[in-house]
Design a protein around this ligand. Structure first.
Ligand code: ATR
Length: 289
């Protein structure tokens, strides 16, 4: 790496930051694109000062991770409307006088689904979980005009809160909330796109799934798990055993990075280049297939 006076700096703020995959993604892309750019981790507990400091230091772009994805929002000059609705930002792009915030986590999922031919528009969609990730997926579903959205969560009040928030923004949107044990509300004769957003099944609990009953999985056409470790979760296995197609979370991680890089640099990352990054991520994460 040849760092000079002209080198542009991008980075990621969060706490902790040591295990972030983002430096690997962005420094690789900068190299293959031949850009004079370096990407570094910034561990910080003070998101407000970090955003102001990054602007003063002429930082080109930033990623934001836990626990700062909400706290940076009041510090932004502009915000993308989907990120504003979700209430979480993971990418800052330098604009005149400050940064514009985006949520490329959710735009990454959107790109993954498009590339894997998993439709959302006019589909009946189920989200399992009602945490931060589920909230983002729910707003994506509304903005992509799904036919219906059912949110299933262990704590039903959290699912209801997301449903109510969405209805305030997308009037008349067909969304309902149930406790996870009430999956029998899903109609027998329908096939659903199901997006699994809980941390059930995450390494090392590889044998766990949020739901085990085959009658639930028989209604699943496409099952998307946002977990990327293990690469094939128990949820994905159960989807496959009932004849559905399943997808894991690593491409969401990949494309959130690719999209941020494209926003900062104005370049377009080819599928071949994205695939090279994917192989690097799999190697780094010890994911075999
Ligand atoms: P994230 O930001 O990744 O979405 P989160 O906000 O902590 O993480 O949300 C975790 C989700 O996993 C929640 O929907 C949580 O359910 P509760 O709202 O009832 O806590 C869900 N979850 C975690 N452990 C679970 C378990 N053992 N069974 C079912 N759901 C679980």
């Amino acid at each position: 790496m040849n760092i000079r006076g002209t080198t542009k700096v991008c980075g990621i703020i969060g706490n902790p930051i040591k295990h972030s995959m983002s430096p690997i993604i962005h420094n690789y892309l900068a190299k293959v694109k031949g850009l004079d750019l370096v990407y570094v981790p910034f561990e910080t507990t003070n998101a407000v000062a970090a955003v102001a400091g990054a602007y003063e230091l002429n930082v080109l772009g930033m990623n934001v991770t836990v626990p700062h994805k909400n706290a940076v929002i009041p510090q932004l000059k502009e915000i993308d409307s989907l990120a504003a609705n979700i209430g979480a930002v993971n990418t800052l792009v330098r604009v005149d006088g400050g940064f514009k915030g985006y949520n490329t986590d959710i735009l990454g999922l959107k790109r993954q689904l498009e590339l894997e031919n998993v439709p959302l528009k006019d589909m009946d969609v189920v989200i399992v979980g009602a945490g931060g990730a589920a909230r983002a997926v729910a707003f994506l579903c509304a903005s992509e005009k799904v036919k219906s959205l059912t949110i299933l969560n262990r704590t039903v009040s959290k699912a209801e809160e997301i449903a109510n928030n969405i209805k305030q923004v997308f009037e008349g949107f067909n969304v309902s909330a149930y406790t996870i044990n009430d999956y029998s509300v899903l109609e027998n004769e329908k096939k659903y796109v199901v997006i699994q957003t809980t941390n059930v099944g995450l390494h090392p609990n590889n044998l766990e799934a949020p739901i085990y009953d085959k009658t639930f999985y028989d209604r699943v056409l496409y099952g998307v798990d946002i977990i990327y470790n293990p690469s094939k979760t128990k949820f994905m296995q159960l989807v496959n055993e009932s004849g559905g197609q399943s997808f894991g979370g690593i491409k969401m991680l990949l494309y959130q990075g690719v999209l941020a890089f494209e926003l900062w640099t104005g370049t377009s990352v080819s599928e071949e280049e994205a695939n090279e990054v994917l192989q690097l991520l799999k190697k780094e994460l010890n994911i075999d297939e």
